[in-house]
Design a protein around this ligand. Structure first.
Ligand SMILES: Cc1cc2nc3c(=O)[nH]c(=O)nc-3n(C[C@H](O)[C@H](O)[C@H](O)COP(=O)(O)O)c2cc1C
Length: 437
């Protein structure tokens, strides 16, 4: 009997072959721009592990330099352990209404954590196990040069630090359906942004790469492309110890909601300025991810939608009459959070600007950029003493109507800002500061 291989549906993601943006457009129209019926009862798939390979424990609890000028952790294993813990580790215990949970330094859509982190070092290629704070040794050879060869724009000097960020393809699909693929690109953008922040704090000039030979990197990591794919590679030169600023240690989602109280305009402007800085990536975006603010309770700013001017940082009125609440479907959790929040920051982008140059890959690249900006807003809000909540459950059509932009610019991610209600969710840090007790 003759068998034929199944034909993937035309809106399948990721597309089987490069189509110059046509497949990405179809996916976005059908799944990526449509708020899915989220199944909150559906779980996420288990994190990756490699049974049978050697497991190398990292110093626990992860050690961080405590005070400016205080002694930095000396051993390379401690430095690497601190980097990985603050990137994707289990760094706190949260007491939530749903019980005790493991908290991470980065946010993740629905707490699915589809991202996995691999590190290529002089002593080998390893996969990071967040819950065990340990490395799985996959290959004892130094594969950094091979990783670099697969990059579209390799760095001029051989990098010391090479982090590969992957995404498990089915990690969040049970809960979000095919929309989960776009969420995964946002999520891995958050991780790439966190890696850039951490490596910059260690005195390096890191770069996040989104253009590379996927198959080659997948082969080096031993990935089954139907189950896990490389989304980003972050490289940097020799680094000192990471010196995390306080917001890195206390960032978390304002899970208890917001006090319906006003936020002063300068605090909002400082968050936006931090979020809008240049992103160190291997490609220039043809059109930037512009930031918009839908204000509700900002002292000194009229309610309504404002665009942040990239040159001056000023907020220019765009449309009036809208509040963050109008960005979410009625009667859902987003509507209430939107009502309480002082404002919503909308991270926007233009899909059409990148398809001619990058093809379908641009879809992931643009959402990855939005994830980097979302990660920065979370940290900047913590620095400003504000609560923040990244939201993918905005009604994109409603949000785009408020933006009043030309048809191609669309909402990629929303972040609600405000004063977190009460004292927030109780949490216990699992990190240890170095230096004198
Ligand atoms: C891309 C992205 C989208 C998110 N969307 C939502 C959302 O729509 N609604 C929500 O309540 N939380 C959302 N979150 C926040 C996560 O639920 C939260 O990060 C996760 O539960 C972990 O908690 P933590 O941020 O306090 O560490 C999102 C996070 C990310 C990174």
């Amino acid at each position: 009997m003759r068998t034929t291989s199944p034909v993937p549906p035309p809106d399948a993601y990721p597309a089987a072959a490069e189509t110059g943006g046509a497949a990405a457009r179809r996916y976005h129209a059908r799944h990526g721009s449509v708020l899915p019926a989220i199944d909150p009862a559906a779980g996420s798939t288990a994190p990756k592990h490699h049974p049978g390979v050697p497991v190398l424990p990292l110093p626990f609890p992860p050690v961080l330099p405590s005070l400016p000028g205080g002694p930095a952790p000396a051993a390379a294993a401690e430095r690497l352990g601190a980097l990985l813990a603050l990137l994707n580790g289990v760094t706190r215990v949260d007491w939530t209404g749903a019980g005790v949970g493991a908290g991470r330094p980065v946010p993740s859509g629905g707490g699915s954590y589809p991202g996995e982190v691999y590190v290529a070092t002089a002593s080998g290629l390893c996969h990071y196990l967040p819950s065990a704070h340990a490395l799985e040794l996959l290959d004892s050879a130094d594969l950094r040069a091979e990783v670099v060869r697969a990059l579209g724009r390799p760095p001029l000097d051989p990098p010391e630090t090479v982090l590969l960020i992957t995404s498990r393809v089915d990690a969040n699909l049970a809960r979000y359906g095919p929309f989960g693929h776009r969420l995964q690109a946002l999520d891995t953008g958050v991780l790439a942004g966190q890696a850039l922040t951490l490596l910059e704090s260690a005195g390096t000039t890191p770069t996040a790469h989104a253009v590379f030979a996927d198959e080659e990197l997948g082969r080096l990591l031993g990935l089954d492309a139907t189950a896990e794919r490389v989304h980003a590679v972050v490289v940097a030169g020799a680094s000192g110890a990471i010196t995390p600023a306080a917001p890195l240690l206390c960032r978390r989602t304002a899970r208890s909601g917001f006090e319906p109280a006003a936020v002063p305009l300068p605090a909002l402007l400082s968050v936006l300025a931090e979020a809008a800085g240049p992103i160190s990536m291997d490609h220039a975006a043809p059109v930037d991810c512009a930031l918009y603010v839908v204000a509700h309770r900002i002292t000194g700013l009229e309610p309504g939608c404002h665009r942040r001017d990239e040159r001056t940082g000023a907020l220019i009125p765009v449309t009036d009459g809208s509040t963050p609440r109008h960005l979410f479907p009625p009667n859902g959790p987003g509507e209430r959070a939107g009502f309480e929040a002082a404002c919503a920051v909308l991270v926007t982008g233009d899909y059409e600007s990148g398809y001619p140059r990058h093809g379908d890959r641009w879809y992931r690249m643009l959402n990855l950029r939005a994830g980097v900006i979302g990660q920065r807003i979370g940290l900047a809000a913590a620095r400003a003493g504000l609560g923040a909540g990244l939201r993918c459950d905005v009604d994109i059509r409603a949000a785009d109507a408020v933006l009043g932009t030309h048809p191609h610019r669309t909402t990629l991610l929303a972040v609600l800002l405000g004063h977190e209600r009460g004292s927030g969710t109780p949490a216990f840090s699992l990190l240890r500061a170095s230096g004198p007790p």
